[in-house]
Design a protein around this ligand. Sequence first.
Ligand code: SAM
Length: 248
Amino acid sequence: MRIDVVTIFPEYLEPLNVSLVGKARARGLLDVRVHDLRSWTHDRHHTVDDTPYGGGPGMVMKPEPWGEALDEVTASATPERQPVLVVPTPAGRPFDQALAVELSQAPWLVFTPARYEGIDRRVVEEYAQRFDVREVSIGDYVLAGGEAPVLVMVEAVARLLPGVLGNAESHRDDSFAAGPMAHLLEGPIYTKPPQWRDRGIPEVLLSGHHGRIARWRRDQALARTAANRPDLIARCDPASLDDHDRAE
Ligand code: SAM
């Protein structure tokens, strides 16, 4: 997968050299290119923002540098190989695991993290005529810029790419993963030692009985979801939970 990020803070994306994403890049599974938006400005001050039409506080990112940057970055797009443009904004649709899965199937993602009050609206309109454009929010709060959301989204997408996780099964049981436990959060997990301070681990996990362990994990997932995310419980299909029991 190819990923382009256009930003006024390229250094903010340095964590993409580290850990899972960094290793995926080193192994050639991910081709990440970070671009400085200011290199598409033509004035002495490399201006990327201006005052908003209609008045109001804050500044708005100018369309010209974004237009030049996106034209150049996407110049090699063909009808067969189109980028998906991901525009981080608190006004976008919520980013979730289903969208991460969808984006992980695209061959090419272009991210446009903004600063100030965001980007002149005409940029989204312009590129929506050429490409699949997604305005995406990582949560109901406002950050100072879109770079942290890009780090979040790239990591969520990258771990779904074939070959990126050491164990391809690792994300099968994750919270939000598709399947019979869809919409449930993952329950509590344990490792060695069996006794830590005065705390042991639930007896059932030592039983070696796969059916009982699966049932226990399912119950724990339900309890945790009910406690932390009652909104998800409503979306849970009881029949698929029974299928899960039968499958184990
Ligand atoms: N005026 C905008 C609004 O109220 O919707 C907020 C602009 S915010 C200060 C600057 C930039 O940070 C946004 O354009 C976006 O790129 C990014 N950003 C901030 N919060 C975000 C969030 N929750 N999800 C995705 N991007 C976000």
